[in-house]
Design a protein around this ligand. Structure first.
Ligand code: HEC
Length: 237
């Protein structure tokens, strides 16, 4: 942990303090993106990180830019809604206004989960079997990759996540399911009672697929994973 005690006259006795009030909000609502290896441009894992950006944090939280969530509130609530409550916004504003008191140094919850799977340790990992060399410049056609997970029986998937090998060049990736009889690379197919073959997607800001207990997506025996990846050139190969 990077938390360094900040000596302050009179001690951090009043107001909202990072350790108690702010860290848990950041951990739940910001760290999924603002940690190493994720999409956020900087980490908010330590007290120093949060204090350093306190003014901007208060601003983007107040105006609703962060956490990003684009669903209009008048159309109901979503289980995975990424919104802060008015109370949480007020805590952050107050904390920034008071000069970012830390509270009890070293007592903050561990906000450094590091990099790695957001769904926890997966039961199985299926790498793309070939390297794709991304050119330095130009528009790159969508790339198709087919992976055979080797499922000899129908398999139910409750959580799935795409982890780009190089996040800088992967704009987005959709993972579809593909029957054993498929030939054309661009064909998409239907399966399951919802008629959907989308297993999981990686798009800027989206999380992994994590379904509640009792729900899962079906991969029929023999079906394969069909990945469609949009790469973007970043100036170096
Ligand atoms: C779904 C992912 C995601 C979540 C969750 C998220 N952020 Fe961000 N945040 C981003 C991305 C991506 C950017 C960069 C946006 C850009 O450059 O346009 C960003 C930018 C920012 C910035 C810089 C804004 C600026 O104008 O310079 C701040 C500050 C910030 N986030 C704070 C937070 C805080 C605080 C939370 C939690 C309350 C949070 N973010 C939650 C993805 C996220």
């Amino acid at each position: 942990m990077l938390h360094q005690p900040t000596p302050r006259a009179g001690g951090p006795a009043r107001g909202d303090v990072h350790t108690r009030d702010i860290a848990p909000i950041l951990a739940t609502h910001c760290l999924p993106c603002h940690r190493p290896g994720e999409i956020g441009p900087f980490t908010l894992a330590s007290f120093a990180d949060a204090r350093h950006r306190a003014a901007t944090i208060a601003e983007v939280v107040e105006n609703g830019t962060m956490p990003p969530w684009h669903a209009a509130p008048e159309h109901g609530r979503f289980r995975n809604e990424r919104r802060l409550t008015a109370g949480q916004k007020q805590l952050i504003a107050e904390w920034a206004r008071l000069g970012c008191p830390e509270g009890e140094p070293g007592r903050s919850p561990d906000l450094s989960p590091g990099t790695g799977w957001r769904i926890g340790t997966p039961n199985a990992v299926y790498p793309i079997p070939v390297e794709f060399p991304v050119p330095a410049e130009g528009l790159i056609e969508y790339q198709h990759f087919v992976i055979d997970p080797g499922f000899t029986a129908d398999t139910w998937v409750q959580a799935a996540e795409v982890r780009p090998g190089n996040r800088r060049v992967v704009h987005h990736c959709n993972v579809f399911l593909r029957p054993p009889t498929a030939t054309g690379k661009d064909e998409l197919f239907e399966t399951g009672s919802l008629g959907s073959t989308n297993l999981v997607a990686f798009t800027p800001g989206s999380g992994p697929d994590e379904l509640p207990d009792g729900m899962a997506k079906l991969i029929p025996a023999g079906w394969r994973l069909h990945l469609i990846v949009h790469y973007t050139a970043v100036g170096t190969p």
